[in-house]
Design a protein around this ligand. Structure first.
Ligand code: ZN
Length: 96
């Protein structure tokens, strides 16, 4: 079985969470089909995952996110045009 590892995107933070470590409850108000039950389980899992991620991100100050974004901007600048994904280059404004 595959497991999803979620890592914190903030520089200097080593918080990690495996999806298999999360306890969740499926929504019990699903319909009569197997698909309904599977969808309810997926909603319960997604909701629990989001709750854990939000709880962790709330431990950071806004300055942590700003510092990380500035570092990423600097990395992109230092990489130059070849370091930018092709679709991102296409979205850059063009000069006439
Ligand atoms: Zn973090």
């Amino acid at each position: 079985m595959l497991d999803t590892l979620t890592v914190c995107p903030v520089d200097g933070c080593d918080w990690r969470m495996l999806e298999s470590e999360i306890q969740f409850e499926a929504d019990r108000s699903f319909g009569p089909t197997l698909e309904d039950a599977i969808n309810a389980m997926a909603r319960g899992r997604a909701s629990a995952l989001e709750r854990h991620i939000r709880a962790h991100l709330a431990t950071h100050d806004l300055t942590d996110f700003v510092r990380t974004i500035r570092r990423l901007e600097q990395d992109l600048y230092n990489a130059g045009p070849t370091g930018i994904r092709p679709h991102a280059v296409e979205q850059q404004p063009t000069t006439p």
